[in-house]
Design a protein around this ligand. Structure first.
Ligand code: GBE
Length: 476
């Protein structure tokens, strides 16, 4: 059977860079070794009544602190040319904000080995493992955190900036701000009414990103010539029926992605007008003396505007939307007044929140192009989940084929996407889902002391995509 007869071929630009992604707390283990201090995820996973569904922790995880050569071999076997990993703040700085040399040495060794194998290191500075002693001071809801983060960024640029040329300040603030400080289902598991904690977190994340960006430009760029971006996650909001308008779509997109992207990438900067006006009015209606959404000063708006060299984007899934007004729901119960939900026909993964909507990636990339003047985009996460020790991961193969095809179409339609790193290189600690949901293209048996990286079928797909620089999907 000649597959080509039944397949559509989607090509990629000749200079397109393929790779894989991971995060420190999810893979490293060695949680209390060589000077690493506790993070908010050590605290959350070590609790007696931990919310991690299988009671597991990242204490050992994939043991990449010891087995990083296994990760490098896995990358080489596929032919990946970039590796997006995160550096653990708790491993690099002590509680007195001095350098922990053992932590520096670990990441230096990893970076040197990647460079030897001609694999570009792309570093995420913060992928959720905040030092616990900073959370004890309020964490991301305390404006003092901006200074601590700026010093952490300075430390990273100083020690690794000669070899690392692509920096991502934060991974998915949309997930950890509201997850951690509004709803409480992410570390540090704090619940606050009406997203007050989440909005404080977002505000300080953006100020910290701006500080780290300008620090790089002012102090390091001349010598190091690298790029600094931020990693944002969102889905696309599809109208659920013909009564849902483009205005509803834009409202949903601005309350989601725009909350973080507008201050940096939009023409005017600052929070989206639709958010600013809605939350200020609602706060007044609630009898509050000031808005739940903090205000940037004019100087801060100016400083944040344009403060990124690329937009790192994590895409997993999308939603159908309906406004509260069409559902007769109380608008006071939500700032966006938009209800998001899944179409029952969308294929399901092993994660409750993850269904397959490839066309959402296409529409999202077009929306970013149209709303943010076609910024340089790196897709830094895209992936599927299956159950432990699945090797014949046909669901992931289909998901990746369809999403790579959607990305190819967006590039053909003018979107500037230059890199794709699949989530994830190996199975790892999936936060509150522990080891019950697996995102790796390599499987790991977490009772195996060797933590062998076992290729799933999707490894063969990625080898073919890297080799041929095209992907095939079956014709409908
Ligand atoms: O339960 S509900 O449906 O009410 C809400 C949950 C929705 N979240 C949306 C954000 N998503 C972040 C993805 O998280 C990203 O993707 C990977 C896979 O999760 C993680 O391992 C990465 O560390 C992270 O960057 C995790 C689930």
């Amino acid at each position: 059977l000649n597959f080509a007869i039944f397949a559509e071929i989607y090509n990629f630009p000749s200079n397109f860079v393929w790779g894989a992604a991971s995060a420190s707390y999810q893979i490293e283990g060695a949680w209390n070794v060589d000077g690493r201090i506790p993070s908010i995820w050590d605290t959350a996973s070590h609790k007696n009544n931990s919310s991690v569904v299988d009671g597991s922790t990242g204490d050992d995880a994939a043991m990449s602190y010891y087995y990083y050569e296994k990760d490098i071999q896995a990358l080489k076997d596929i032919g990946f040319k970039t590796y997006r990993f995160s550096i653990a703040w708790p491993r690099v700085l002590t509680k007195t904000n001095q350098v922990n040399q053992a932590g520096i040495d670990y990441y230096s060794k990893l970076i040197d080995r990647l460079k030897e194998e001609e694999i570009k290191p792309m570093v995420t500075m913060y992928h959720w493992d905040l030092p616990q002693y900073l959370q004890d001071l309020g964490g991301w809801t305390n404006p003092a955190i901006v200074k601590y983060f700026e010093h952490y960024a300075d430390t990273l640029y100083k020690h690794f900036g000669d070899r690392v040329k692509e920096w991502i300040t934060f991974n998915e603030p949309a997930t950890f701000c509201d997850g951690g400080y509004s709803w409480g289902w992410h570390a540090p598991e704090i619940r606050t009414e009406k997203q007050i904690g989440g909005y404080l977190c977002s505000h300080h994340i953006l100020l910290a990103h701006g500080a780290a960006y300008h620090l790089y430009k002012n102090k390091y760029f001349a010598d190091q010539q690298g790029k600094v971006g931020i990693c944002l996650n969102t889905g696309y909001s599809f109208p659920a029926n013909e009564n849902v308008t483009d205005e509803h779509v834009d409202r949903a997109m601005h309350f989601g992605l725009g909350r973080y992207a507008n201050p940096i990438y939009s023409v005017d900067g600052d929070y989206p007008r639709v958010m600013r006006e809605a939350i200020d009015q609602k706060s007044t209606d609630e009898g509050r003396r000031w808005s739940r959404l903090p205000h940037f000063t004019t100087a801060q708006v100016e400083s944040l505007h344009g403060a990124a060299d690329f937009l790192a984007l994590n895409y997993y899934t999308s939603s159908l939307i309906q406004p509260y007004s069409h559902l007769g729901w109380n608008p006071a119960d939500s700032d966006s007044e938009i209800h998001s939900f899944h179409d029952d026909n969308w294929k399901r993964s092993s994660s409750s929140w993850l269904v397959s909507v490839p066309e959402g990636l296409y529409h999202l990339l077009l929306w970013i192009k149209d709303n943010y003047n076609n910024p340089l985009v790196y897709i830094t996460e895209n992936g599927w989940s299956d159950l432990p020790m699945t090797i014949e991961d046909d669901g992931r193969v289909e998901y990746l084929r369809e999403h790579l095809a959607a990305m190819s179409r967006a590039i053909t339609d003018g979107c500037r996407v230059e890199t794709y790193t699949v989530w994830s290189l190996t199975d790892n600690f999936e936060w509150m889902r522990g080891y019950t949901e697996r995102f790796g293209i390599y499987a790991i048996n977490f009772t195996d002391p060797e933590r062998k990286r076992i290729p799933k079928n999707s490894v063969d797909l990625m080898k073919q995509v890297v080799r041929d620089n095209f992907v095939e999907v079956e014709k409908d």
